[in-house]
Ligand binder design. Structure first.
Ligand SMILES: Cc1ncc(COP(=O)(O)O)c(C=O)c1O
Length: 365
């Protein structure tokens, strides 16, 4: 039995998403690049690279990881590159997408022989959270003035537009795309490729995949562009769990259970968005607040129902623990970092990575 805490990636569940991505590629002509910011656990790239065209990145290190561990087509994007990064970024990418006209100009000589793109900001998004809204007031994420972009159009061959956030509503995707077409149509006619970024939850149950494919194809044909998608969450949704063990139980007005993990250290994204972790099943007469073992008073995974009283040593499993979770794990309080295990397609579970005291020490000095 693998010692907890550990993340368990189930390749059969991952495959379910991959097959939907492959369907969209086939029926829309769009290419799909894994957004490494969301998920970068390279030990399952062997499966993912069979169903996706490559990766996109948010930094020099991600672009290198994508090139070296995933292969295929590698897009480089960053909110801002430093002078001492650009050479390596170019060496490890097929396309570089600059966030601003000033970055494009700053690196115009260095990138003269590279395929270049620019991020557009359509000033419309589907985000419910200001902190995650690329179109928030005064957003630094991309250029929004078509006239300014027109002036540098001969230096680029494509655009990246990321304005969907956790969007499972096809009609909303469609209406925002219409606004983009209206606003930037003249520019789109002048380029060869357009990436629509991530945030489209097209692998979710019930998403109208055929309508989605037809809409992507229509975009591609209308403007004569190769369309790219950058799925992060859609690629890995529901594929991974965080496995933990109960270390203590107590009653302080509510039944509490303390586990050998921490929401702040191991599921940070949920804490940032004030969301609860999820467990399935979550039924029964016994309700517990499941808490982490860090010193943070609000280190709480959530309140869950069980069909039994919890005991020290019980194992619990939080579902949907891959996206923006494994990439954000940290050493807060020196809490043991979760190992990484993979359930292979044949059902066997393999422990692929363990972290120890040396990793904790080496992250500091
Ligand atoms: C530029 C870009 N592409 C792709 C993604 C991936 O988005 P998601 O994981 O929601 O699909 C993001 C997420 O922030 C992004 O900023």
């Amino acid at each position: 039995m693998i010692n907890t805490p550990y993340y368990l990636i189930d390749k059969t569940k991952l495959l379910h998403n991959m097959e939907k991505i492959a369907y969209v590629r086939e029926h829309s002509g769009a290419k799909a690049l894994l957004a490494l910011k969301c998920f970068a656990t390279w030990s399952v790239f062997d499966l993912m690279q069979q169903y996706m065209d490559g990766t996109t990145s948010s930094s020099l290190y991600e672009v290198k990881l994508g090139k070296l561990k995933f292969g295929g087509e590698t897009h480089a994007y960053s909110v801002a590159y430093a002078d001492d990064e650009i050479e390596e970024v170019l060496a490890h990418s097929d396309k570089v997408i600059f966030n601003s006209i000033s970055q494009l100009q700053r690196f115009s000589n260095a990138s003269a022989n590279h395929t270049r793109g620019l991020r557009l900001n359509p000033q419309v998004s589907s985000s419910d959270f200001l902190i995650a809204d690329p179109s928030r007031p005064f957003s630094r994420l991309g250029e929004w003035d078509a006239a300014k972009v027109e002036a540098v159009i001969d230096q680029i061959s494509g655009f990246m537009i990321h304005n969907n956030c956790e969007n499972s509503d096809f009609d909303l995707f469609d209406s925002m795309l219409q606004q983009i077409e209206q606003r930037f149509g003249d520019l789109l006619h002048k380029v060869e490729w357009v990436s629509l970024g991530g945030g489209i939850h097209f692998t979710g149950e019930g998403y109208p995949l055929d309508k989605f494919c037809a809409r992507l194809k229509q975009l591609s044909e209308r403007f004569g562009v190769q369309v790219y998608l950058e799925p992060g969450e859609a690629a890995i949704t529901m594929s991974t769990s965080l496995e933990v063990t109960v270390l203590d139980t107590l009653y302080n007005g509510k039944e509490l259970a303390v586990v050998d993990s921490s929401i702040e250290a191991h599921m940070l994204d949920l804490l940032i968005y004030r969301q609860s972790a999820r467990m399935v099943p979550c039924e029964g007469d016994y309700e517990y607040m499941v808490c982490g073992k860090s010193c943070l008073a609000g280190d709480i995974f959530g309140e869950f129902k069980f069909d039994r009283q919890l005991q020290v040593g019980d194992r619990l499993s939080f579902i949907d623990a891959a996206g923006y979770t494994m990439v954000k794990k940290n050493w807060f309080n020196g809490v043991k970092m979760p190992s990484i295990a993979v359930r292979q397609l044949d059902g066997s579970v393999e422990l692929v990575r363990e972290f120890g005291f040396d990793d904790f020490v080496n992250g500091l000095s």
